[in-house]
Design a protein around this ligand. Structure first.
Ligand code: C2O
Ligand code: CU
Ligand code: CU
Length: 483
């Protein structure tokens, strides 16, 4: 699709690859950047750290009481200016990419009326949300036809966590995510204040990390790649190409979300600076885990505290993806500014993980590829809308062993429950792997046992691989949590 050319960015020493054609065209783009593009002289818009980190707007409720907040969202086509002078067609919640952030509080329900102004069917899923079947968005029965609307009820009875909402129409998730139907949903509770965590202000920063490729007209490229899934050659954070963010010399809470279709990241800050991970998908860890690398498979979240007070004003810290290609290494840059703030305190302990009930049953879940017809399977079966494979009992916990019998990794995700990892290739998890999760990355040949707790609602929920190109081609199955 693209002819690639290596460009070196002298200032940062990060090698970049992008299409020479693209650069040449962009140089004569309507925004008037003078051409012709000459390597190393004219900044390419694909060079990192040229734009400020966008913050998706926080959606304002149409109605608020002590117990409920109501929102209205229209999903529609629009354009976004990601490359200067180009209008990239997107599908967006409220017509923006990423969609607006919803800030919810534990104990107060969220009700969202979602109107489908697109020409495709859609379905809205609150990833990581413990919600009733009819508001989960995972099943075919609850799709929203073009022109129709649906109201979603989110009880917000679970602990504070970084959730996200995204499209879930089986067979089209890859395309719809790539087109922009992804947004944050941040749930807070009293623990934020209790542990002194930045919450809701300038120092609480949701960071949606995605990869994209652009065609010559500025539109997003997309191709169904059944093997590895779709990979883009450019990193976006909150919809901007490898942006920069000015930070004060204070404590920040970064909420990393990998909202890419298929790409995994391993994030490193500056010269291997420690980050203090405080939360996984499902909420707070029992204590911060100090890490120099944060791995993030599709759909996973990690919240970290970074104390920028330890850096002098003028320092620049690059957040790198150390498992990327040259053009997908630079993720973003933090530019430290201002006077030394109060010395930050990293809390010593956080919440309790809580107890799991004894194991009621053990399920083996084998992940495999079938050649003819080519599809991804779970226990030797591709997805069927009317087949229910498991019937766990509400209130119990089971052990599910994901056995990866394939040559690709699979970020396995369960709806309707959260789980803890109990064994990775037979070994007990350590560090952040002990936290509450809803998605776990299972490497080729690996066996990971997790223990889901079916505690919130009875009903039918899907489980699937979160590589969108895998779940779209059948890597999904249904369980029914029995009353
Ligand atoms: Cu992120 Cu089934 O979803
Ligand atoms: Cu989900
Ligand atoms: Cu997969």
């Amino acid at each position: 699709m693209t002819r690639r050319e290596t460009l070196w960015h002298g200032a940062t020493g990060i090698a970049l690859i992008c299409s020479f054609d693209k650069v040449a065209r962009l140089a004569s783009a309507p925004s008037g950047k003078p051409g012709p593009a000459r390597r190393g002289e004219l900044a390419s818009p694909f060079d990192p750290f040229q734009v400020d980190l966008p913050r998706p707007p926080v959606l304002q409720p149409v109605h608020t009481t002590a117990t409920v907040q109501r929102y209205e969202i229209a999903m529609r086509e629009a354009t976004a200016e990601i490359l200067p002078g180009y209008e990239t067609p997107i599908m967006g919640y409220q017509g923006i990419f990423p969609g607006p952030t919803i800030r919810a509080r534990r104990g107060r329900r969220t009700v969202i009326r979602q109107t489908n102004e697109l020409s495709d069917h859609v379905s809205v899923h609150l990833h990581g949300g413990l919600v009733p079947e009819s508001s989960d968005g995972g099943l075919h029965d609850y799709h929203i036809a073009p022109g129709a609307a649906r109201t979603y009820y989110y009880p917000n009875e679970q602990p504070q966590s970084t959730l996200w909402y995204h499209d879930h129409v089986h067979g089209m998730v890859g395309e719809h995510l790539n087109a922009g139907l992804t947004a944050f949903y941040v749930l807070s509770d009293a623990d934020d204040r209790k542990y002194g965590l930045p919450s809701g202000g300038a120092r609480d920063v949701p960071l949606m990390i995605q990869d994209r490729s652009f065609l010559d007209d500025g539109s997003f490229a997309y191709a169904q790649n059944l093997g590895a899934g779709f990979f883009g050659d450019t990193i976006l954070v909150n919809g901007a190409i490898a942006p920069r963010m000015r930070v004060q010399r204070r404590l920040y809470r970064l909420r990393f979300l990998n909202a890419s279709n298929a790409r995994c990241y391993e994030l490193v800050l500056g010269n291997n600076r420690p980050m203090h991970q405080i939360a996984t998908d499902g909420g707070l860890l029992p204590a911060p885990v100090t890490r120099r690398r944060i791995p993030l498979a599709p759909a996973e979240r990690a919240e970290v505290l970074v104390d920028f007070s330890q850096f002098s004003a003028g320092s620049q810290l690059i957040l790198r993806n150390v498992i990327g290609e040259p053009s997908t290494t630079a993720v973003m840059r933090f530019d430290v500014a201002g006077k030394a703030g109060k010395r930050a305190r990293i809390p010593k302990r956080l919440g309790k993980l809580g107890k799991l009930p004894p194991t009621a049953a053990t399920q083996d879940v084998t992940l495999n590829f079938q050649d003819d017809p080519a599809e991804w399977q779970i226990n030797g079966m591709g997805f069927e809308e009317d087949r229910i494979d498991w019937h766990p009992q509400l209130g119990t916990a089971e052990v599910w062993r994901f056995i990866n019998d394939s040559e690709h990794a699979h970020p396995m995700h369960l709806h309707g429950c959260h789980f803890r990892v109990v064994a990775i290739d037979g070994k007990a998890p350590t560090g952040a792997d002990r936290g509450w999760k809803d998605t776990v990355h299972v490497l080729p040949g690996q066996t990971i046992a997790v223990k889901p707790h079916f505690k919130q609602y009875a009903g039918r929920y899907v489980m699937h691989c979160h590589t969108a190109e895998h779940s779209d081609v059948a890597m999904m199955a249904i369980m029914e949590i029995m009353q």
